[in-house]
Design a protein around this ligand. Structure first.
Ligand SMILES: O=P(O)(O)O[C@H]1O[C@H](CO)[C@@H](O)[C@H]1O
Ligand SMILES: O=c1[nH]cc(I)c(=O)[nH]1
Length: 426
């Protein structure tokens, strides 16, 4: 491998062959290509881009840089993945629905990234619940319960782990081919046949506009197809948070309420839409999504899932067991009118400052802190009304958090509520 020639080729706008890309990734994982050469190449990709064919080959090489889970024989296996947002507890609703409808949900989820929450962090607010599973435990639970969610395994797509850490510190995160290959390499290595993607668009998402989100979604769908998987992507609005709860324990409570039919409309709508897409991709009747949600079968699946991973399943029937931080602050409206804007990015930061997310890698998080949004875009408010309730601990971060929250709200005369689901890419 002539690393310098390989880097120069991309620097000058050339196209890599599949063999070159495979060799490059293998050499990097072995340590034969040092970080500084990989960093130079990532920057060349950032500026020059990659063709869809190159991106698909890069993704396959990254997916095969470590262990690839074999889920064959488990039936219709499905993975659901969100590109990350604020208040996005969709997995906790969709996964039990799909498992109750007869699919096998075997997936890995991440922890919070920047201002966005993480599915694993949320689940860890359930006492006893365990994210670290061996391959044997993961496969057994998939077979026996039909629903397993584990933390990202280090053995899976190790090339992505190294490359992502490097991108983070070299200004090369926001590149569509690099994001697509990063996400899809992990999804391909995790083995599910059906992959349903929720690509978030807006202020609280990594993709700020529809054009870029669409490009990312199309690229990920084509990579998945190239690898023989059934992939669909839903583009959904993330200008304001999803649902009314943002935090960890508070989001699990809201997900449970949604499975009971008592959740907010937007979360219910998106969860059912994602579940229908996955069922249709699996060749099943999409109406099963609503049926198992209404019958309580999905809620029953959540109980079994929580218990199988060591968690206290009583939380499903007594969500108040998921403790919220004891101190309460109420943000009140300073004017009357209509909420015209509720910036999800700022709400995400507000929860981060309370300790609900990480400022540095490896920080411990406080599962009990969070925000309940009493008013969302389109809601009428009178001066003095509660806009949001903050659950905090002895004032930790409260001053900055309440400031961010106050900035997140805009009150005016007329609001336009954008559609929640913007497009489906299949
Ligand atoms: O794999 P899922 O559960 O969709 O995880 C995604 O959704 C969560 C919310 O932003 C984050 O954890 C993100 O990684
Ligand atoms: O897994 C990933 N999530 C988010 C981004 I941005 C990325 O590049 N990879």
């Amino acid at each position: 491998m002539h690393a310098v020639e390989f880097i120069e080729k991309k620097r000058d706008g050339g196209e890599h062959s599949p063999a070159e890309l495979q060799e490059w990734i293998a050499a990097y994982v072995e340590g034969a290509v040092p970080d500084y050469q990989m960093a130079a190449w990532l920057m060349a990709v950032y500026f020059r881009g990659m063709t869809a064919a190159e991106t698909a080959e890069l993704t396959l090489a990254m997916a095969h840089s470590g262990e690839v889970l074999d889920l064959a024989g488990l039936g219709k296996t499905v993975d659901k993945h969100s590109s990350g947002g604020v208040g996005d507890k969709t997995t906790l609703v969709v996964a039990p629905i799909l498992a109750a409808a007869g699919l096998v949900v075997a997936k890995m989820s991440g922890r919070g990234l920047a201002h966005t929450g993480g599915t694993i962090d949320k689940l860890e607010s359930i006492p006893g619940w365990r994210a670290e599973l061996s391959d044997e435990e993961f496969l057994r639970q998939a077979r026996e319960v039909g629903l397993v969610i584990a933390g990202q395994s280090k053995n899976l797509a190790p090339a992505d782990g190294k490359m992502y850490a490097l991108r983070d510190v070299t200004g090369t995160v926001p590149s569509i081919p690099l994001i697509a290959s990063s996400i899809m390499s992990k999804k391909l290595a995790a083995g599910a046949r059906i992959i349903t993607l929720d690509v978030k668009v807006g202020k609280g998402a990594f993709m700020k506009d529809l054009a870029h989100a669409r490009e990312l979604a199309r690229l990920m769908v084509s990579i998945g197809r190239h690898a023989g998987r059934e992939v669909r992507a839903v583009l959904s609005q993330m200008d304001e948070p999803l649902g009314r709860a943002v935090g960890n324990a508070i989001e699990v409570r809201e997900a449970i309420a949604t499975l009971r039919g008592e959740g907010p409309g937007d979360l219910t709508e998106l969860s059912l839409a994602l579940a229908r897409e996955a069922l249709e991709a699996a060749g099943e009747d999409p109406a099963r999504a609503e049926a198992v949600w209404k019958s309580g079968a999905a809620l029953e699946k959540l109980r079994a899932f929580v218990a199988a991973q060591g968690g206290d399943a009583r939380v499903v029937d007594e969500p108040e067991r998921l403790e919220l931080a004891p101190d309460v602050y109420e943000l009140r409206a300073e004017a009357s009118g209509v909420v015209t804007e509720l910036d999800a990015y700022r709400v995400g930061l507000a929860v981060l400052r309370l300790g609900g997310g990480r400022e540095r890698k490896g920080d411990a998080i406080d599962h009990g802190v969070g925000v309940r949004l009493a008013k969302k875009v389109g809601d009428r408010v009178a001066e003095g009304d509660i806009l949001a309730t903050v659950f905090h601990r002895a004032g930790r971060g409260l001053e900055e958090s309440s400031q961010r929250l106050k900035e997140a709200y805009r009150i005016g005369q007329r609001a336009s509520v954008p559609p929640l689901i913007l497009e489906v890419v299949a």
